[in-house]
Design a binder for this molecule. Sequence first.
Ligand code: PGA
Length: 256
Amino acid sequence: MKRRPIIAGNWKMYKTKDEAIAFIYAVNLSVPDKEDVESVICAPAIFLRDLVKREGENLRIGAQNMHFADEGAYTGEISAPMLKSYGVEYVVLGHSERRTHYHETDEFVNLKVIAALNNDLTPIICVGESLETREAGTTDAFVAEQVKKAYQNMDAEEALKTVIAYEPIWAIGTGRTATPAQANDAIIAIRGVMADLYGRDVADQIRILYGGSVNVKNVDNLVAMSDIDGALVGGASLDAEHFLTLVKAALVKTRT
Ligand code: PGA
């Protein structure tokens, strides 16, 4: 089953406006064809307008979060229609940093995924276990629960428009990457959950990324794995050269 790979940078709360714009100009002409690999930068909300205006043919811009309501009295929040009206195409949802620091629950994540789809945005749904859970040997059960809750009230057609990112919390920003086999096994298990929910056909088509300390040194071995369809990358996506190396590494998926 051929699945178009995705490399999505998650800038988190880094860069100033000038740095963000300089990055886009530095990568625009060098990112591979979007038919071969989807190259996405998920930037802080305040930069989105400037970045979408300057994105090249093969680069796409995403947000890092959004509210689940289309509008309302939610001071400080940003809605899916707002993102869409600026030409944003992807949105990271349920990142572990948001679950941890802002108490985002599975129920919230589910509502946000539905809102994203209703507004024609591609949600990148993050799931992943803590070190405690991994050491207790209950990773698959924990992640399965997160996945099932994220996909409540969604049919197969909608599910096919989503992307999942498996991001073990212990690997995020720690320099401690999951081994390619660990990441692949967890992703195969997630595909199994999707097969239970929507059937094998759908499970085989959904893109599932790995995230957690992906860098220019380890990316090749990760994307070479059967079920890893690319990466969600924090730290290493801040550097233009590194980002380009990462997206080019994902071309291996297209060529094989
Ligand atoms: P990292 O972050 O690549 O810096 O570990 C990944 C993420 O949080 O998506």
